[in-house]
Design a protein around this ligand. Structure first.
Ligand code: GLC
Ligand code: GLC
Length: 660
């Protein structure tokens, strides 16, 4: 692009900025960047490129910032600061990442591919440190992963740090696992191995020993304004009237008394996690700088932690407020300019109607799918898929250029976040059903196979969530203890059934590592005082590398689970029908069955699954019309299915049927 051409282009785009205030702001700001280009030795070509992106995203960004901060007397100052932060972030972005940015801008649907399969792990529990983790890349490749989420690995406060979610410095790595340079090296190796790197952006709160919080504690008013700090109970009590309690066993209410300051601090989660005050534009700018720093270490996908809580408004429950969306959109616009290859993942573990509101190519392009997760467990307990089917029918479809991240377990608890009206529509009383599910998954319910542990039981309203590993919740722990081979068989089948759903239903599957070999609950966490109070540690066991020795052993349960999941992953990645989100439910006679057709780029697969321990039949006419054929191959077992007689699915059996 030569200078004259790009100038004309810039003008044309600038004239396309709809909001006249936005255009005026731009006309004032762009010339002021000239000195930056000069000092920083930015070539004309590069300056033109980045200015073009600024102008393209300006309407959006300006609009969001006006919505959040337009009424502040010094708005224009903050606007300029934010723009400078974006440009500095872009300037520091390594060339390799800029190269990928270009590729992704030309292929905006890249993350909808069936080739994406994720894994999540704690660096210390998996391989001690980042250096050792680099040596495990062959393990990820063997399993078939193309996306790796490292649980938060930044510097944390001493003692309890909420599994890394209490961050004291976003620019340095916890010395126990390595350094920022180790992280960059790992990112490079992963890139070469074709594995995306996913890290958290923990932006709702910092640890109480973050520099900003320390400044606040020493009386620095500028930094006190970074948080919600109150001299007495008056305002906290007013907020408290409409707030939920997220960690009621940690502390009642949402505020923590700080002795040093003699003040109350807003702490939605643990008492050492201080909520940031995004009404202060300086907080937005400061966290934007941290976000771009993290992105520039080589992150492809950023997990936006606890998105529901980032904006507070008196008289509301301070969750999922409109400004929370605007704030994320503002971060997204900044990323589109400074790091356009970066994709966001929303972590909103809330009501399904609220979950989807975060999903948009302008907000979070991907999102955890907590409702699907909860309802797969619900179906496993009840053996009945009606609530799952109702939810899939109405809630699976998403806007263009967005997708789900599907998971069975993660480092957090399971909450029963389905819609009460959905439940009522299929004849289920939501309150009673949640009590049943809690009883079932804690093993209290007669005949239950699960070995879960309660998390955050709230005695006032009876709320409770469930901790436990996939294998322990699916019955393997009980079966091994009882030494019952028939139970072991059923448990393994349940584990594979859920995996087959997660890998085929549409979206990016995410394996919580340890699942792939049937890791059981680890009750030893109670020995560590920093973990004892948080039962989520029961499902955060250390990787047992010795199990790899069993891989060749045909009698090993672990080997069977590992090999089966590896096979499912490999098939998923070779089957175009599993790309995108297109999913149509099949109407089947038995309530125990789930069936759907996946379709993408002319490729079609019928998935059928039996959620009960009793054989179920499927009418062959259904298969013929849904699959448009008479003979099918089950991609998983390799067996051929003819439609001349009904198809029988054995206990917890599933099939991925492709026309032959
Ligand atoms: C997210 C994390 C969870 C953590 C919380 C507070 O929900 O997944 O583990 O406790 O945020 O950061
Ligand atoms: C709540 C939050 C969620 C968090 C979880 C941790 O459900 O909504 O963000 O992961 O608590 O237990």
């Amino acid at each position: 692009m030569n200078a004259i051409h790009s100038n004309t282009l810039l003008h044309a785009v600038r004239n396309g900025v709809k909001d006249s205030r936005a255009r005026q702001a731009l006309d004032r700001l762009l010339p002021r960047l000239e000195s930056f280009w000069e000092i920083e030795n930015v070539s004309q070509k590069e300056a033109d490129e980045i200015q073009l992106r600024i102008v393209q995203h300006w309407d959006d960004l300006f609009g969001y910032l006006v919505h959040l901060y337009g009424d502040q007397w010094d708005f224009f100052y903050h606007l300029e600061q934010i723009l400078q932060t974006i440009i500095r972030g872009w300037r520091l972005r390594p060339d390799t990442l800029k190269h990928d940015d270009d590729i992704r801008m030309n292929n905006p649907n890249w993350y909808l591919s069936e080739k994406l399969v994720g894994g999540a792990l704690y660096v210390d529990l998996f391989s001690e440190n980042l250096g050792e983790l680099r040596k495990q890349i062959p393990y990820f490749q063997d399993l078939g992963l193309t996306y790796l989420h490292l649980m938060p690995l930044f510097a944390v406060r001493p003692g309890n740090n909420d599994g890394g979610y209490a961050i004291s410095n976003y620019r340095s790595v916890d010395p126990r696992v390595g350094t920022i340079d180790d992280l960059r090296l790992l990112a490079e190796d992963l890139r070469e191995a074709g594995i995306l790197l996913v890290l958290d952006f923990v932006f709702n709160h910092t640890a109480d020993d973050h520099y900003w919080a320390q400044q606040a504690q020493s009386g620095n008013e500028e930094y006190q304004n970074y948080y919600f700090i109150f001299p007495d109970r008056e305002v906290p009590d007013q907020y408290e009237r409409t707030l939920r309690e997220i960690f009621p066993t940690v502390r009642r209410g949402n505020f923590t008394w700080h002795d040093g300051m003699q003040r109350w601090v807003w702490t939605t989660f643990n008492s050492f996690q201080w909520d940031l005050n995004y009404r202060n534009p300086e907080v937005f700018r400061a966290m934007l700088a941290e976000m771009l720093f993290i992105a520039n270490t080589g992150v492809d996908l950023l997990r936006l932690d606890a998105v529901a809580f980032i904006w507070k408004q008196m008289g509301t429950n301070c969750e999922n407020l409109p400004e929370a969306h605007t704030l994320i959109r503002a971060f997204n616009s900044c990323a589109r300019i400074a790091a356009p290859g970066l994709v966001f993942k929303s972590e909103a573990i809330v009501h399904p109607d609220d979950v989807v509101r975060y999903i948009s190519h302008k907000e979070c392009q991907t999102s955890y799918n907590p409702t699907l997760m909860a309802l797969m467990w619900e179906s496993l307990a009840t053996r009945d898929t009606k609530l799952l089917r109702r939810s899939l029918a109405r809630r699976h479809k998403l806007p263009e250029q967005t997708t789900w991240v599907n998971y069975l377990r993660c480092h957090d608890d399971i909450g029963w976040t389905f819609d009460d009206a959905d439940a009522a529509a299929v004849g289920i009383n939501a309150f009673g059903h949640r009590q049943f599910l809690n009883a079932f998954y804690t093993g209290q319910f007669e005949g239950s196979f699960a070995r879960g542990v309660p998390f955050q039981h709230n005695p006032d309203n009876g709320d409770m969530r469930i901790s436990g590993t996939l294998a322990s919740l699916a019955g393997l722990e009980q079966a091994i203890e009882a030494d019952r081979d028939d139970w072991k068989e059923l448990a393994i089948r349940r584990i594979l059934l859920l995996n087959a759903m997660m890998l085929s239903v549409g979206g990016i599957p995410l394996v919580y590592l340890g699942e792939e070999w049937g890791a059981l609950n680890d009750y030893d966490f109670v020995k560590d005082p920093a973990k004892a109070g948080d039962t989520r540690w029961v499902h955060r066991p250390k990787m047992q590398w010795s199990f790899l020795d069993e891989l060749g052993d045909d009698g090993s349960i672990r080997a069977r689970i590992y090999r089966s999941i590896r096979k499912l992953i490999a098939i998923r990645k070779m089957t175009p029908a599993f790309g995108g989100l297109d999913m149509e439910l099949l109407v089947l006679e038995s309530q125990n069955l789930l069936g759907y057709v996946r379709q993408h780029e002319g490729n079609r697969v019928i998935v059928v699954a039996n959620f009960s321990e009793h054989p179920q039949q499927i009418d062959s006419n259904r298969l013929r019309t849904a699959g448009m054929g008479r003979f099918f191959e089950d991609l998983y077992s390799g067996q051929t299915i003819t439609t001349s007689h009904p198809l029988t699915l054995q206990a917890y059996e599933f099939m991925w049927l492709h026309r032959v």
